[in-house]
Design a protein around this ligand. Structure first.
Ligand code: ZN
Length: 349
C-alpha cells in the first residue's frame, strides 16, 4: 500500500447553490478542502456585500462540526455594479473576489455582462485595491460554435482586459483548451487559470458515448482529446499559474436528464482521489500538492493550509457512490472513465 501526506487542498471554484441542495453538498466539499471560493450565481444572484454575508452564514451553518472550512465569498458583476460598493464590500472583508459572467454563458447567468466596456470603472477600482477578478471565459453569441467560445472570448475580450489592466489579478476559470493554456502561460504575471477534474479526465466523446450523456454536459463544454491533453500537461507541469477549481455544480438528475438539461458536473465527493489517480497515471504525483494545495493560495496571497491530509493507494479500486440524495431528489456524483485506487484516509468515503 502506498501512502502520501499532503497539505490540505483548497477549491478555488465551488457552487453550493441554496436551500436543501446547499445543506447536502457543503459537507462533500468541507470533508477534504480547507477553503473554497463560492460562486454567486444564485437566483437572484449575490450582487452586494450584504447578500454575500447572509449567504456565507447559510454555508457556515451547513459545515459539519469537525470540518474546518473557510468560504470565500464573491459578488456577481452586472453592468449596473457600482465601483464604490465593490470597494466597500472588499475592504470590509464581506467579499473576496468578483465574478464576471458574460450574459447567458451558463446556469443562472442571465444578469451577466454584455458589454465589457461598461464595467471598466469597476475593474479599474478592483485593480487599485488588489481585488481578484474571476472570469467565466466564453462568448455567448449564437453564431459562434459552442466548441470555439472560449478561444473567441480570449481573443476578443480577455486580451482587451489584460492589455488595459495588466495589474488586475485575473483567474480565467475552468479552462478547456490548448489555446487557453498557452495564453495564460505566456500572459502577464497576474493572469492565472483554474482547471476542473472533469476537464482533466474526459474529452468531448464522453458526452456522446453510446448515446447522449447529460451528466457529462457542462459549460464550457468538454473539448477534443488534444485539448484535454494540454490541460493535463498544464496541471501536472508545476507551473504556478495553474491550479484546481473544481466547478462542482450540483443539479438534480431530473433537471439534467431532461428535454433541455442543465450544464454542470457535481464532482466534489471523489475529487481528491480522482486527481491523485490522474496525477499518478501521468507519473506526476509529486506535483499534485502544488496543483491542489499551493498554487492557488500563492496567487491569492493567502497562507497555505496548516492541516494535512493523507492519501493511500490500495490494490482494490474505489467503488463510487452513484448519487447524493437530497430528500426525494438525487444528484449524480461524477465518476471518471478510469479506475481510481487512491482515497483520503481520515475520511474514507
Ligand atoms: Zn462554475
Amino acid at each position: 500500500m502506498e501512502e502520501i501526506e499532503i497539505i490540505k487542498p483548497d477549491d478555488w471554484h465551488v457552487h453550493f447553490r441554496d436551500g436543501e441542495i446547499l445543506k447536502a453538498v457543503v459537507p462533500e466539499t468541507t470533508r477534504h478542502f480547507g477553503r473554497g471560493i463560492i460562486m454567486p450565481n444564485l437566483v437572484p444572484p449575490i450582487l452586494e456585500g450584504f447578500d454575500a454575508v447572509k449567504y456565507k452564514k447559510k454555508i457556515q451553518r451547513a459545515i459539519p462540526k469537525n470540518d474546518h472550512f473557510l468560504p470565500l465569498m464573491t459578488i456577481y458583476l452586472t453592468e449596473n455594479t457600482n465601483k464604490d460598493d465593490v470597494r466597500e464590500a472588499y475592504e470590509s472583508d464581506q467579499v473576496f473576489a468578483a465574478k464576471l459572467y458574460p450574459a447567458g454563458a451558463t446556469t443562472n447567468s442571465d444578469s451577466g455582462v454584455k458589454n465589457i466596456k461598461k464595467i471598466m470603472p469597476v475593474l479599474e477600482t478592483m485593480t487599485k485595491i488588489g481585488m481578484p477578478l474571476l472570469i467565466h471565459g466564453e462568448v455567448t453569441d449564437r453564431e459562434v460554435d459552442i466548441f470555439d467560445r472560449e478561444k473567441v472570448f480570449i481573443d476578443q475580450k480577455l486580451n482587451f482586459i489584460c492589455k488595459e489592466l495588466p495589474e488586475l489579478k485575473i483567474t480565467l476559470e475552468h479552462i478547456t483548451t490548448k489555446e487557453a493554456t498557452v495564453y495564460v502561460s505566456e500572459g502577464n504575471k497576474n493572469l492565472v487559470a483554474t482547471i476542473t477534474p472533469h476537464h482533466l479526465a474526459l474529452n468531448r466523446n464522453s458526452i456522446f458515448f453510446g448515446g447522449i450523456r447529460p451528466h457529462n454536459y457542462c459549460l464550457p463544454i468538454l473539448k477534443r482529446e488534444v485539448h484535454r491533453k494540454a490541460l493535463v500537461k498544464a496541471a501536472t507541469s508545476g507551473n504556478t499559474k495553474f491550479f484546481l477549481g473544481t466547478d462542482t455544480a450540483p443539479h438534480f438528475t431530473s433537471d439534467k436528464e431532461s428535454e433541455c438539461g442543465c450544464a454542470g458536473v457535481f464532482n466534489s465527493t471523489y475529487c481528491i482521489p480522482i486527481l491523485a489517480q490522474l496525477f499518478d497515471n501521468e507519473n506526476a504525483l509529486p506535483r499534485l500538492e502544488n496543483f491542489i494545495s499551493k498554487h492557488g493560495a500563492k496567487h491569492y496571497n493567502l497562507k497555505i493550509n496548516k492541516e494535512k491530509i493523507t492519501l493511500i493507494k490500495s490494490s482494490q479500486n474505489l467503488i463510487f457512490k452513484k448519487y447524493l440524495n437530497v430528500n426525494e431528489q438525487k444528484i449524480k456524483i461524477f465518476e471518471p472513465n478510469f479506475l481510481v485506487f487512491w482515497n483520503v484516509t481520515e475520511t474514507l468515503i
